[in-house]
Design a protein around this ligand. Structure first.
Ligand SMILES: Cc1cc2nc3c(=O)[nH]c(=O)nc-3n(C[C@H](O)[C@H](O)[C@H](O)COP(=O)(O)OP(=O)(O)OC[C@H]3O[C@@H](n4cnc5c(N)ncnc54)[C@H](O)[C@@H]3O)c2cc1C
Length: 563
């Protein structure tokens, strides 16, 4: 296990390296030239230099055996530096995932050992021109080559699209259909019949190489079939979704914060109408504070999920990974966009970096499963829980939050409970009126579920902080008082969103009659949710003061307001 001290050292080396080798001007120039700094990516992967990849590799294969939590922190840090370079490093991790989780011991020893010892780069080849979100539609084939009745190898034919590291990797994991279904194959660069296209001209992450691949009768020996058994490919991919989604979530979080951490100091120096922008409430409470609350709610959910994955008792937590990814990448994208606004005309130029961050972070809502696919994944899974518990799943969660609220009034648990009760009512109404036959309703439920669960998570985090029990590796930017204020701000948003948007879509789909309306509004707890908005401005003032280091100057912190 990596200790907190070792982890902090790795994070520091990463920051120091970035300061020296990837200063802003170099990043801007590389972005302008649309160039992947291959030498830097290789340097970062090299075990004799930074050796970032060692963190991802289990100790028995020469790596450091980092936990999900360690990997989240490194991913966040990498994203703060540059999301293109982060993507390039992540591609090796993703490309080797089918091996880590599905390969035979010999394959693991060979390939993971090579990553650890030689720092070779991988690419992950799943997506195809006609198979993106729906990987089941993949057309690449792997036909058996037999000799004396024994399978000795495979011939692979097909093409892959949008492959990170596509033009720079040493080794590729390629998903292809065998006679019994999709399977992963390990393919070396440069083998006959294998070609890659020129780099894509992308909106963002222009420091990352993305290329299409073509496989024309590419022969691989039978020992290149990951796990040695055909048809396991989608299963092997699914085994790590919780884990990999947490990483992309960390990318959204890191990039969002990178943008805000430029907007915040900028606003202290920019004087308009006689005072700094940082002193204008209409500025901070629109462009900064709400984004901080959303990012920290997502962080809280990422950290809880990472800890649960590391505990190893609940499986791969794919739905939780989807919630973490959905919330953090949407929040990161919104924060970066707000940061452009916060810098005004300067924000709109290349020089001030927030424009680049905004273009870069946009990809996190698309790759590793789009936001819409995340909404569907979240909704389908929690819908099953709703049915299985006869509508009690979120009422039960609400009751747990109410109990927490009694112990820690003021962390937002009571308001999060209102969101959870309202969600249970919305879902029940959707069940009774069979509204999930509308795909839009199903996906909107996914969003409301994600907000509700993150509100609960942030309240729990604030309570743990108050008790001094937050995990030692957890991010400690905000203290217990600030975390509680953030918990309340976000829970208010979640509760209002669930109730109002839930009402909107349920009504919109014809799920409530006129005579039902008043009872439905009461069941949603609209009145209590509206009342819980009291104190919002005071809490936002407080968070603005924390962000701008003005807390010591305040005479008093706001009284903790429960639901
Ligand atoms: C820069 C970059 C790097 C990438 N790196 C890799 C990589 O290394 N390896 C790899 O294998 N792939 C990679 N990808 C591919 C990426 O994972 C896919 O682009 C993504 O999964 C979406 O697939 P698609 O582009 O085909 O879009 P589509 O699946 O066609 O989706 C288009 C739109 O329709 C929506 N949509 C799709 N299906 C549904 C549905 N059933 N209901 C409602 N809405 C739907 C989507 O949310 C999206 O908004 C990368 C992509 C990019 C752009």
């Amino acid at each position: 296990m990596i200790t907190k001290k070792t982890l902090n050292l790795s994070l520091k080396s990463l920051r120091d390296f970035a300061k020296k080798r990837l200063p802003d001007q170099d990043l801007i120039d590389l972005d302008n030239r649309d160039e992947c700094p291959v030498e830097i990516v290789r340097h970062m992967s090299n075990p004799d230099n930074l050796g970032i990849q060692l963190l991802f590799i289990p100790e028995e294969y020469g790596g450091m055996g980092g936990s999900t939590f360690d990997v989240y922190l490194i991913c966040e840090q990498m994203a703060r530096i540059d999301l293109g370079v982060a993507t390039s490093l992540f591609a090796t991790f993703l490309g080797s995932d089918p091996i880590t989780f599905g390969a035979t011991p010999e394959q693991k020893k060979k390939w993971l050992g090579r990553i650890a010892e030689e720092g070779i780069l991988f690419a992950y080849g799943a997506t195809e021109p006609d198979a993106g979100s729906d990987l089941g539609a993949l057309k690449t084939t792997a036909d058996r080559v037999e000799k004396d009745g024994k399978i000795v190898g495979y011939k692979i034919n097909g093409s892959k699209q949008w492959i990170s590291n596509g033009g720079i990797a040493d080794v590729y994991t390629i998903l292809a259909n065998t006679a019994v279904g999709p399977s992963w194959f390990i393919v070396d660069k440069g083998v006959p019949g294998f070609t890659y296209d020129k780099p894509e001209d992308k909106h963002g992450i222009r420091l990352s190489n993305t290329a299409a691949l073509a496989l024309d009768n590419v022969y691989v020996d039978a020992d290149r079939l990951v796990g040695g058994v055909e048809g396991q490919g989608l299963l092997q991919a699914q085994l790590v979704f919780g884990y990999t989604r947490v990483m992309v979530a960390a990318f959204g979080l890191g990039a969002g914060w990178a943008a805000l951490d430029r907007a915040i100091p900028y606003s202290t120096k920019r004087i308009q109408a006689g005072s700094p922008l940082s002193e204008k409430q209409g500025y901070t409470h629109k462009l900064i504070v709400p984004h901080v609350a959303r990012l920290e709610a997502a962080r809280s959910y990422i950290e809880e999920t990472a800890q649960r994955i590391d505990a190893g008792t609940e499986g791969s937590l794919n739905t939780e990974g989807a919630i973490a990814k959905y919330m953090a990448t949407e929040a990161g994208d919104a924060a970066a966009d707000a940061s452009i606004q916060a810098l005004g005309g300067y924000g709109y130029t290349h020089e001030y970096m927030v424009e680049k961050i905004s273009r870069d972070v946009r990809i996190t809502r698309i790759y590793e499963g789009t936001s819409e696919i995340m909404e569907m994944t979240i909704s389908r899974d929690r819908w099953q829980l709703h049915l299985k518990t006869r509508g009690q799943h979120y009422h039960d969660q609400a009751r747990e939050l109410e109990a927490l609220d009694l112990q820690h009034p003021g962390v937002g648990a009571g308001i999060a409970a209102l969101a959870a009760h309202a969600l249970a009512e919305v879902m029940e109404k959707a069940r009774a009126a069979r509204l999930t036959r509308y795909q839009h309703i199903l996906l909107r439920l996914g969003e409301l579920i994600a907000y509700t669960e993150c509100a609960g998570s942030l309240a729990r985090r604030a309570a743990l902080l108050a008790e001094g029990k937050l995990y030692e590796k957890a991010n400690d930017r905000f203290d217990a008082t600030a975390a509680a204020a953030l918990g309340r701000i976000f829970a208010r948003d979640a509760a209002l969103r669930v109730a109002e948007e839930g009402l909107r879509w349920v009504c919109g789909a014809g799920g409530v009659t006129d005579s039902d309306m008043a009872a439905f509004e009461t069941a949603l707890g609209l009145h209590a949710i509206h009342r819980a908005q009291a104190g919002l401005i005071a809490d936002m003032d407080y968070i603005a003061d924390v962000l701008y280091s003005r807390v010591a100057k305040r005479e008093e912190v706001p009284a903790l307001v429960g639901a």
